[in-house]
Design a protein around this ligand. Sequence first.
Ligand code: ZN
Length: 142
Amino acid sequence: MTEHLPVLEALTKLAADNVADGGKPYSAIIIKDGVQIAAAANLSHKIPDLTQHAELLAIQKACTILKTPDLSGCILYASAQPCLMCHTAAKWAKIKQIYYIVQRGSIPQSKLAQWMTSPLPGESLSYPPANRLFYYWDKNQQ
Ligand SMILES: [Zn+2]
């Protein structure tokens, strides 16, 4: 626990600063090999966009800084339990571990996988120009 303390302090200060700025107490920090790579706070109070979550912003920054979408070996710290969107982004980015301070929301960790795989209403629509585009794009990926 004590090895996490400096990150938890930084995370809490970032969240408190964001609240003082009129925002929400959500913050995130990404660490790799003991070094802070990126930090972010929720910006939904400044930008009218649902995806301005601290965790997503920290992941985006880390990918930009490390020049890769592969964050293998990185640890994501968050002031609160990441939502499904952020949890999924962390999974796509291959984050190896998530630590969070406050458990929020109605989705217990044990049910997360079930929620992540439950489908949204979706339907495939046929549009040949787009199908051809994907066909040629796939063919040229080899
Ligand atoms: Zn989120």
